[in-house]
Design a protein around this ligand. Structure first.
Ligand code: SF4
Ligand code: SF4
Length: 436
């Protein structure tokens, strides 16, 4: 794609990078066919190619974002399906991340939109605040229909709708320290315990630690670690996301300087995509550039790390047909597709794919709260596809998808590592205790 940035504009490293990305696009439009928002809405401006043009014009003209740009950029799920499809290697992720930051810096949103985004940015990355907000959400749920009738309150209704009935206290797994390997020690890894996940489903961290300990790995939960920054990164709040990334880089670098680490384990694929991008996110920060690259190079999804490490001859505790739902951040963001299914098969289960598996379930971080209508349509489509393969259980690797699909799937939706833990001696995954 031809671009018309001036020499002066190209002196700005962020514009120079955007220029490099834009120039790779040959506007073939292959990406439109696999873009969930284009598939649903049929508007070129809600396709990757349309958004690329929109971003190009906005940046070339050096102008602030307006309501049109904000609308179509906000509607993007950052699912990165377009990157899997693109034959030219366009790094849409870095382009849209930069565009979101530009919108945030230059566009004055309507007041309710600003308010909801500010609340999400404050509450989601902070487990204590999130826990408190869920408690308040329980009190507000009986009034959901009244709230829904008020103008501009759809995100609030979506938040109430997504809030779980049970709010868990701080889990053992989040406590800093070392969870020691049982049996012969093979290595030492750090675990990102996350923010939202540990409140919504602490059993995922517990299962991750148990499996790793059982396989001979000490698991460190380092002092000072926190949210990976992905929530605010996708809201375009760059400074907050970068400061969270620096904090984690510091925490893991301190561990590396101590007893060293074989890997940094992440069990929420949305977070994994972000941590693996820390090297890029902090590329302009001289003090952090190298440390961030090192940390990003050690990041592994739990299924990626466990691949090939399970003992032979595991018998499934119960014969089950498992539909594997590949989160967008897993399949498109991290290109991890084979390993989770191979692990489930190695644990003795029957595993099936879900039709239209490349399409997002509508969760996408805070998207299902900020764009509830599109998210609901994507969820409904995903649920039809899930039921078509008649599974006993759905396995996935991202808490966002578990929350989005869990209540309405008709079968338990659990994290892959909980099933692996169960098959290797741990408890039945909590969502499966009342059935399946
Ligand atoms: S598939 Fe790639 S090159 Fe083709 S229009 Fe989409 S982003 Fe551009
Ligand atoms: S990230 Fe997903 S929603 Fe956004 S343009 Fe690409 S395919 Fe479409």
């Amino acid at each position: 794609m031809q671009t018309l940035f001036s020499a002066e504009q190209l002196e700005n490293p962020r514009i120079a990078e955007a220029n490099g990305i834009l120039r790779k696009c040959v506007h073939c439009g292959f990406c439109t066919a696999t873009c969930p928002t284009y598939v649903l809405l049929g508007d070129e401006l809600d396709s990757p190619r349309g958004r690329i043009y929109l971003i190009k014009e906005m940046l070339e003209q050096g102008r602030p974002a307006g309501p049109e740009e904000a609308k179509h950029i906000d509607r993007c799920l950052s699912c990165l399906s377009c990157m899997t499809t693109c034959p030219s290697g366009v790094n849409y992720m870095h382009l849209i991340d930069g565009a979101r930051a530009h919108v945030e810096d230059t566009y004055r949103r309507p007041v309710m939109d600003r308010l909801f985004r500010a609340v999400l940015a404050r509450v989601v990355p902070d487990a204590r605040m999130f826990r408190l907000a869920l408690g308040l959400g329980k009190l507000g749920r009986p009034f959901a229909s009244l709230i829904a009738a008020l103008p501009g309150m759809k995100p609030a209704t979506a938040m109430l709708d997504l809030a779980p009935k049970t709010v868990h206290g701080a889990g053992e797994a989040t406590k800093t320290g070392v969870h020691e390997a049982t049996g012969e020690k093979k290595g030492r890894v750090a675990l990102l315990t996350g923010c939202v996940q540990d409140v919504l489903e602490p059993s995922i961290n517990r299962a991750t630690i148990s499996v790793l300990n059982r396989l001979g790995y000490d698991v460190v939960v380092p002092e000072g670690m926190g949210c990976c920054g992905s929530a605010t990164h996708h809201l375009g709040i760059k400074a907050d996301a970068l400061s969270r990334a620096r904090r984690n880089v510091d925490a893991w670098t301190a561990e590396l300087a101590g007893d060293a680490l074989d890997a940094i384990i992440i069990n929420a694929s949305g977070c994994g995509t972000t941590v693996k991008d820390y090297g890029y996110m902090l590329r302009l920060d001289e003090a952090y550039r190298e440390k961030a690259k090192r940390v990003a190079g050690l990041a592994r999804d739990i299924t990626e790390f466990l691949d090939g490490k399970l003992p032979d001859g595991i018998a499934a505790p119960r014969p089950l047909r498992i539909a594997y739902h590949s989160a967008c951040s897993m399949q498109h963001g991290q290109k991890i597709t084979r390993q989770p299914k191979a692990l489930l098969r190695a644990a003795g289960f029957e595993v099936t794919d879900i039709p239209e598996g490349h399409l997002c379930c509508g969760s996408a971080g805070t998207y299902n709260m900020l764009q509830p209508e599109i998210a609901e349509r994507l969820k409904a489509r995903k649920l039809v596809n899930i039921s078509s393969v008649k599974p006993d259980v759905v396995a996935t690797g991202n808490i966002g998808c578990i929350t989005q699909l869990g209540r309405d799937a008709g079968v338990p939706v659990v994290h892959t590592v909980e099933i692996i833990d169960w098959a290797t001696g741990g408890p039945v995954p909590s969502a499966m205790r009342n059935g399946a």
